[in-house]
Unconditional design. Structure first.
Length: 342
């Protein structure tokens, strides 16, 4: 990568990535370009449906129901794409549960009428995602959504200082920009401060060796926290390509994980809107202390509703992680036992 002054029209990766995915999804339906585990069967939907709390008991069975139990029960799918997951869930949950797809794309033509749709560009600052945020109970799902959320990209220099990587959108050509201590860094981090970026890196992806690359996951942590506030109670569930702190510390992900994806294959990440830009998610940094992060294999294989076989699944999909987060301040031990119920 060049370290010399450049004449290229350079942008910070985080800004170029954000615009590129918005342009990409404005023009392309995700199902035209990638298969996810939703397309491989109903195991994911059945596991998710099992996490939905049962309806509140009838008043004469439970004379003093807690106020929360009267809230409408909803399943909100963020980055719903074709709505395939909600369509599967509609067959698995009782009729009183409201299903809502949220996506930057318009409502799919063939989505069953009973499923609601909100065409919204979700950001960490958005005020109301569902139109009823904080007034509903149930589940929020982010299935292969967080990996699309743009992050600052940094590379460690010879002194192990994180330098912001800049990119020319039309070609994907990269140039090393300022380090986080340089005042110029402030404008190149997509709205997080250099000190926040530095603290995230020190804690979640510490320095290893020169040339190592990292995606600063803080924008995803902040967006995830926003998503968990949609519900007054219930669970938020993120399923995605992920990496974990122990492996990051060992340098196993030092090449960085930013990829382009188009027409079913990985490609050079060129943030011009012609390909989807994605990177693995540090789900452990998104998680609150009450949440659990487990492998997809573990979640599905220890569950009575699990898949009989992953043989028909596309490569890699068995290696996803699931973040399951209780949306109330539930004691950690209770949250853990809830997520272990098959
Ligand atoms: C990789 S697709 C996943 C689709 C589906 N959840 C699945 O797993 O099959 C990501 C979806 O998120 C949507 N999306 C990406 N960024 C978004 C944003 N900021 N706000 C709302 N939707 C977004 C895209 O339009 C796309 O439908």
């Amino acid at each position: 990568m060049s370290d010399a002054p450049s004449t290229l029209p350079l942008r910070a990766w985080v800004d170029a990535w954000d615009d590129a995915n918005h342009t990409f999804y404005t023009h392309h339906a995700p199902e035209q370009h990638f298969r996810t585990s939703i397309d491989a069967g109903t195991a994911t939907a059945r596991r998710i449906a099992a996490l939905l709390a049962p309806p509140p008991q009838h008043p004469h069975e439970h004379p003093r129901p807690a106020p929360r139990s009267s809230l409408p029960r909803c399943i909100v799918d963020i980055g719903s794409g074709s709505g395939a997951l909600l369509t599967q869930l509609a067959a698995l949950v009782d009729d009183e549960v409201t299903l809502i797809g949220v996506d930057v794309r318009p409502r799919p033509d063939d989505l069953p009428a009973a499923i609601g749709w909100r065409q919204v560009r979700v950001t960490r600052d958005i005020e109301d995602i569902t139109g009823r945020d904080g007034l509903i109970t149930g589940l929020v799902i982010a299935h292969e959504f967080l990996d699309d959320v743009a992050c600052p990209v940094v590379e460690l220099d010879d002194d192990l200082r994180p330098r912001i990587v800049q990119v020319e959108a039309a070609t994907g050509t990269e140039v090393l920009g300022p380090d986080l201590a340089d005042p110029a860094a402030e404008a190149l981090l997509g709205g997080i401060s250099p000190s926040e970026a530095r603290a995230w890196l020190d804690h979640w992806w510490p320095a290893t060796k020169p040339l190592a690359r990292r995606e600063v996951g803080l924008p995803r942590d902040l967006l995830w926290r926003r998503l968990t506030r949609i519900l007054a109670s219930g669970h938020a569930i993120a399923v995605d390509y992920a990496h974990r702190l122990d492996d990051r510390r060992l340098g196993l992900w030092d090449g960085g994980t930013v990829k382009g994806f188009v027409d079913g294959s990985a490609c050079r990440p060129r943030p011009d809107g012609s390909v989807n830009i994605t990177s693995h998610v540090a789900l452990d940094s998104c998680a609150s202390p009450h949440a659990t992060v487990r492998s997809q294999f573990d979640v599905l294989s220890t569950s009575a509703v699990g898949s009989r076989s992953l043989a028909s699944w596309p490569p890699d999909l068995g290696s996803f992680d699931w973040l399951i987060e209780p949306c109330t301040p539930t004691p950690a031990t209770q949250a853990l036992s809830e997520t272990m119920v098959g």
